[in-house]
Design a protein around this ligand. Structure first.
Ligand code: SF4
Ligand code: ZN
Length: 327
């Protein structure tokens, strides 16, 4: 097959757009879509000045998504004095797995000369995921604990660091799977949170709307396969192994269904997300006008609608302690 733009040999075919692309045009198209997303979500406040730059904290795991995100952000903003990029890796305490991916993070941030920080569950909460997975006091999948701790660690660090945005490498497939999981569980409050916690439209937010660092997902238009191909073509340092505690069986089932749907009906993931984002916006508005008031966790101060936040509940169960009280 030939590239639709230049006639050279194509390295990929995107059924949802009908395009065949050569390596050069494929790479260009990924860069363009990410930059367009950054612009359309108004991630950079228009009045940002070089003497008062924004700090963007990138959640860097060493997997292909966050590595590609870091590379593209670096190439887009390295010479822009209005933005400072800092990479943050969370170390969950998973022997073998996270140490190897940390090496990929260090190689990349050294190459790009980006500041790199590491936060561990051991330092923050006095726990390691290997122990949590072995004990499993609440009889849940390990990822159910780990996801809550990771979100809290990222958000807490972003706040401590006084970051303006927290950026993560979620791709189109991740987002479509999460959307379907939330819709199928019937939990519309969770749908509303998608707008509150992760969508762009930063300009639309009122000041004081969200007592946390706004999140952004610049890769959310790029299918997983394309992120993997991009990382491969550019020979970026990535860590591919799967976590030994990976346990989201339901997500895996949805991934398979979505692959099949996408194959039979190209464009399904894009249309799920455009509908979902609109629904999330409407739901967030409705809850904000209703009883959506949020308070602070009485133990750690994180935003929550209950007396104690989910992370503190889970730390209780696994015998951990929030950072302040770790000796
Ligand atoms: Fe944590 Fe699950 Fe990811 Fe492993 S797969 S790092 S347990 S969320
Ligand atoms: Zn081409």
């Amino acid at each position: 097959m030939e590239c639709d733009k230049c006639g050279r040999e194509a390295v990929m075919h995107a059924a949802y757009s009908g395009m065949h692309m050569c390596e050069t045009h494929f790479r260009e198209s990924v860069d363009t879509r990410v930059r367009k997303r950054i612009r359309e979500d108004s991630m950079l406040a228009p009045d940002t000045r070089p003497d008062n730059p924004e700090t963007w904290l990138i959640g860097l795991s060493g997997g292909k998504d966050s590595v590609v995100l870091t590379q593209i952000l670096h190439e887009t903003f390295a010479d822009d004095p209005r933005i400072e990029l800092v990479a943050l890796t969370i170390h969950e305490g998973i022997e073998g797995y996270r140490d190897a991916s940390l090496d990929a993070c260090i190689e990349l941030t050294d190459d790009l000369d980006i500041e790199h920080e590491v936060v561990s569950y051991a330092d923050e909460y006095g726990i390691e995921m290997d122990d949590v997975a072995a004990d499993d006091p609440l009889n849940m999948a390990p990822c159910a604990y780990c996801g809550v701790f990771r979100r809290d660690a990222l958000a807490g660090y972003a706040q401590e660091y006084d970051a303006d945005k927290l950026l993560t490498g979620h791709n189109l497939d991740d987002e479509a799977q999460t959307a379907m999981m939330n819709l199928l569980s019937g939990d519309i409050k969770q749908v509303a949170k998608h707008f509150d916690a992760s969508l762009g439209d930063f300009e639309e937010r009122e000041v004081g709307d969200a007592p946390f660092v706004p999140r952004a997902k610049p890769l959310r238009d790029i299918p997983e396969k394309e992120v993997a191909l991009y990382a491969h073509l550019r020979d970026l340092p990535t860590h591919m192994a799967e976590c030994p505690h990976a346990s989201e069986a339901y997500r895996g089932e949805l991934r398979d269904h979505l692959h099949e749907l996408e194959e039979n009906h190209p464009g399904t993931r894009h249309s799920i997300m455009s509908g979902y984002e609109e629904l999330a916006r409407l739901a967030a508005e409705a809850y904000r006008n209703g009883d959506g008031a949020r308070g602070e966790c009485e133990r750690c101060g994180a935003p929550t609608k209950n007396d104690v936040c989910r992370k503190c509940d889970l730390l209780d169960a696994v015998g951990g302690t929030p950072a302040e009280s770790v000796e």
